[in-house]
Every structure is written in C-alpha cells, then in structure tokens.
Write a protein that binds this ligand. Sequence first.
Ligand SMILES: [Zn+2]
Length: 361
Amino acid sequence: MTSQRGIPAPMKHLRHTVIRAGLEALYFSGAHMLLRPIFAGVGAIFMLHHVRPWRGGEFRPNHHLEVTPEFLRAMLTHLRSRDIDIISIDEAYHRLIAGDFARRFACFTFDDGYRDNRDFALPVLREFDAPFTLYVTSDFAEGSGRLWWIALELAVSKATAIEAVIGGVPTRLETASLAAKQAAFDRLHDWLRGLAEHDLRREVAALCARHGVDDAAICRDLCMSWDELKPLACDPLVTVGAHSITHCRLARQREEIASRELALGRARIEEMLRCPVLHLAYPYGDRSAAGQREFALARAAGYKTAVTTRPGMVFAENADHLTALPRVSLNGHYQEARILPVLTSGAATAMWNGFRRIDAA
Ligand SMILES: [Zn+2]
C-alpha cells in the first residue's frame, strides 16, 4: 500500500484533478512526444496493488490501489507495440550495473501479495509472457497482518457516525451519506497515518470493535498465504521480493527495528518459500517512509535493488542508487488508454517531479 505524501484530504482530490488535467494536457498537446527523449529514461518500473474487475459501489476510498485486468492488458499491449522489453527486476538490475541500455525496458511490480494478483493479473501477464515481481509482507502471508486502510474503509462504510479522539479532541464524524463517508475517511486516514505504529494499531482495532469489522479477517481475505505463494515462487515468470514484516513506515522506526524488518522479513520469505529474496519494496515508499537511512539499511541487508513509490522513470544514473529506485504508479485514478503513451514517455513523472530526473536524496 502506498500513501499520498502527507497531503491534506481536500488537496488530494485537487491533486488528482490537477494530475489528470496534466496528463490530458500532455496527451492533447503532444508534449509527451517531445519530452520522450529527455524524460523516458532507460526504462520504467510499474507499481501495482490490486488487479481485479471493477466491483461497482460508490464508496471506494482505496480505489487508487486497484486497476482492472483490462487496463493491465492495455498497458502490456502498448509496451509490446512500442517494442519495449518486459523484464524481471533482476534483469533490470543486471542491465543497470552493466550499463546495457540498448533497449528500453519495463518491469511490473505488485506490492503486498494480494490474491487477486494471482487470480487476475497472472493470467494476463502470462498471455504476454511478461515476468513480474510480487513484494510479500511476511505478516500478510502469515495471516496476522493488519491492512488498516481497508479496515478503515469497512468501518466507515458500515457506520452512520464515527467517534474518535483526534489530536486530543473528541470528534464525531457523520458518515451517513456518500459525501460524508468520503470526507470522514479522508480525515481519519490523515489522522491515523500520522500516528506511531502501536497507536495506529490500537486506534484501528478500537474502531473495528465499535463498528463490527473483523480486522483480523481482512488480511486472510485479501492476501495470499504461504501455501498459496509456494507455487508462484516456483513460476518462472515470478520473482518474489520482500515488503517488510509488518508493513510499517521504516523511517519512523528505531534503526534496529527498521533493520530487523528488512533482514528478518527477507529471511522469513526465504525460509517459507525456499527461494532467494534479493529485491525489496519499502512499505508506503514515500519520503516519510524511506530515506537515506533506509536506502543504506537495504544495501546492508543484502538487497540488490529496492523500489520506492517516488514517481519517476529509471535513468542510467540510477545504477548509483539501486536501493532508491523510482516507480510509475498504475492506479485506479488514471486508467484511460490514451494515458498509456504519456506514462511511458516519462513526461508524466517528470511533471510530478518538477522536471528533475533523479530523486534519490
Ligand atoms: Zn504495501
């Protein structure tokens, strides 16, 4: 799961509107064609979460974390039509250290280990013989993890009002209408995201208890168990990477805790799936979750690469920052086919980065 960089709720909606307008402007102006040679880099690492058919329903606050199988197919078709190599993250690593940029590449990466990746993404990826990486959170595979953003969605979805002590102030949020639910979700999400890990868990557990949400079941409902992951780990298309033990914001943890999340998360996957784990995705992956200290810890833990959620194409210079790789989010907000060439041109991520090429500081 990724976060949205500490932006207040109303700003988030504005931001999506601005990004959408930006993507549209790039497309209709043809500017993405002009920017391609400068910002397309040597390749892209695409980031996905859920892949599943559109489920309908009006209240979908986590919609940005899902795309449809059709959108994934459209992207794969687009990449093939542009003769871009679809390669594993390990092959990307080798091309980066060898400086082998004769052909542009794309990697597909999926965070958290959702079962829909197997049920809906894998068949599409197989059609294209496209390798991909699954970043597994070991507590999610264990069935003991907490996907608090889903728990919050379920609680707000069920409730007609939610009471919480936000910043020391007892607060009552109406959640009867769709608009009220959306506003309450954003408010609660921003509040919870700012809490320390144990406070976050306690508050979400209390919310779930009050509103009849089975917090513990969410992980088992959505994420693959070790037994489900085993056949995937043996699939030649699949690379299994690590995504920490508990899915915490590493940068907010004491160094020994962060280091343990990286080292033991990996060891646990290797023990359960009997495959080497050499690649990492930082949970949340933005600046508040992964910075210089985490980039060094990932190197020290022996990862060959580590991906963030900082937006960007991969450039030759990223060979010097292999544990701070940027990604391009394929998400539910922007699923129109005409956006595809804009995303692969690098113009979109360049726009988000203020036209910097490398962001590894
Ligand atoms: Zn995640």
